[in-house]
Design a protein around this ligand. Structure first.
Ligand SMILES: Cc1cc2nc3c(=O)[nH]c(=O)nc-3n(C[C@H](O)[C@H](O)[C@H](O)COP(=O)(O)OP(=O)(O)OC[C@H]3O[C@@H](n4cnc5c(N)ncnc54)[C@H](O)[C@@H]3O)c2cc1C
Length: 459
């Protein structure tokens, strides 16, 4: 029986020179070997406790392992409309609760999913799904990230006539304007949009609802309105020196590179070339900044994080089948990014109006008996300067802005600035704008639930 494969990326030297997907191609033998490791468990936690979409992992793995790729695709597409996206960018919550992971390595479910969907595209199994009957009802989806796209696809399949309004130049949300091409090639978004258009979904880009078209207009002209706005407000680091040049939000930096790659822009608005780059925030967005800065030719890349270094193995605070809190090393980290934990920032320092460094101090954490970090304490005498010519702030997002659609439609917000749906007015918020910043797969699963709610409400 095959083991989990640990060498999954192209070589660092090769991938650092391009923006193509970092993962290496796998042979059918390798992936079928993984599918055969799948136990077809009596109680498959992967899709109960793990996958928010409830992907039937053991069933599609069994079908594909037996060589029936069409059946595998049919099983996968019952729950997931866009496996080509999740199979590239999902952290694979299913793998965190895979039974093989109890005392060994989980099955490589994400790569199995990828092979099934790519074989399905190659064999022309992936066709437009046109509903047998239209309901004569119209739905406006605002925003075309994974939540908006999933809602549009589900509603269209349920017989609604769907129009997606997008403020950006091209649909895709963070799939297109956040996640780097080396994780997700944008040609995959275009391939999917082509199918959705053939299904009858209308995309209206370069149109900000609440500014270019009012929300009130949509409420008058559509039977339901689905805000899928994401959480565009980035958390700032409001310490002295923040006004210095050379301090940018992660998204500003990442978007610029994606737009240059696609030809939307000629030059990078923010470039890391030849610079000492410090990324504030130890999460995935920060890691994406690291990979991008390395490809741009940064002199050095360092990612700092106030939280403690996670344990090498699953922390007892997140026992199986929960998603494990543990150290994760991304492909970008392996490309030459130094990481530091327990670091708090005090102020930016600069010269001639430009940032030259961050003054930081160390913190020490106290932990719960299970190992969960509780509270940081400043370590006295630990102040030091980290030199930087470019600082990228990747500390998360704080919800939706009130200005624009939220104010105009008097939408209620949660304490964390998430939009609360208002079914009485046929307004159904989905994805990150409703639940806070999360994951592609969670945004899609939330949209799936909303499709069911709208279908019932407007039956
Ligand atoms: C840099 C980065 C990397 C990430 N990497 C991963 C990853 O690898 N894996 C993963 O699972 N998750 C990742 N995430 C998280 C994931 O991208 C989000 O959880 C997901 O995209 C949320 O989907 P969404 O549809 O709710 O919002 P978004 O993807 O943010 O889409 C919202 C869309 O709404 C549009 N919009 C907003 N307001 C209006 C308006 N008034 N009118 C019209 N359009 C509007 C926006 O332009 C945008 O296109 C990452 C996030 C970031 C920032």
């Amino acid at each position: 029986m095959q083991e989990r494969i640990h060498q999954i990326y192209r070589s660092v030297e090769e991938r650092k020179r391009d923006f193509n997907e970092v993962e290496r191609p796998f042979s059918e033998t390798e992936i079928r070997g993984q599918m055969e490791r799948c136990h077809n468990c009596g109680i498959p936690f992967c899709h109960g406790a793990g996958c928010p979409l409830f992907n039937q992992v053991p069933d599609f793995n069994a079908a594909a392992a037996a060589g029936d790729w069409r059946a595998a695709f049919n099983i996968l597409s019952q729950t997931s409309f866009f496996p080509e996206f999740t199979s590239r960018v999902c952290p694979a919550l299913c793998e965190g609760s895979c039974c093989c992971g109890v005392d060994g390595d989980p099955v490589m479910v994400r790569q199995c999913e990828k092979m099934i969907i790519e074989k399905a595209f190659a064999a022309d199994f992936v066709r437009p799904v046109i509903p047998a009957k239209r309901r004569g009802r119209r739905v406006a989806v605002i925003g075309s990230g994974p939540a908006g796209l999933f809602a549009a696809e589900g509603l269209n399949r349920a017989g609604f006539q769907v129009t997606v309004f997008e403020a950006n130049h091209r649909p895709g949300g963070l799939l297109r304007y956040g996640i780097p091409d080396f994780k997700l090639s944008k040609s995959l978004i275009d391939r999917r949009l082509g199918i959705m258009e053939r299904e009858g979904i209308v995309f209206t880009a370069d149109t900000r609802i609440g500014t270019d078209i009012s929300g009130a207009y949509l409420l008058r002209n559509f039977d339901a309105v689905v805000p899928a706005l994401g959480t565009p407000c980035a958390r700032d680091l409001a310490v002295p020196g923040r006004e210095l040049a050379g301090i940018h939000s992660a998204l500003e930096f990442l978007q610029g590179q994606n737009r240059v790659n696609s030809g939307e822009l000629d030059t990078l608005p923010v470039s890391a070339a030849g610079k000492r780059v410090v990324i504030s925030g130890g999460g995935d967005t920060g890691s994406d900044c690291a990979g991008t800065a390395i490809r741009q030719g940064a002199k050095s890349v360092r990612q700092i994080e106030i939280m403690p270094r996670p344990p090498e193995k699953r922390s007892p605070s997140t026992p199986w089948p929960a998603w494990p809190w543990m150290l994760r090393t991304s492909s970008s980290h392996m490309e030459g990014c130094e990481r530091e934990w327990n670091v708090a920032s005090d102020r930016f320092v600069g010269k001639d109006g430009k940032v030259t460094g961050i003054e930081v101090h160390a913190v020490a954490w106290s932990f719960s008996p299970e190992g969960r970090p509780l509270k940081p304490e400043a370590v006295s005498g630990s102040s030091r300067l980290i030199e930087a010519d470019l600082v990228l702030l990747a500390m998360g997002f704080t919800g939706v802005p009130r200005a624009g659609l939220v104010d105009e439609l008097k939408l209620e917000l949660t304490p964390r600035n998430g939009i609360i749906s208002d079914p009485a007015r046929n307004i159904y918020a989905v994805g990150d704008c409703a639940n806070g910043p999360s994951l592609v797969v969670r945004a899609m699963a939330d949209a799936g639930k909303t499709v069911r709610n709208i279908s019932e409400a407007l039956s």
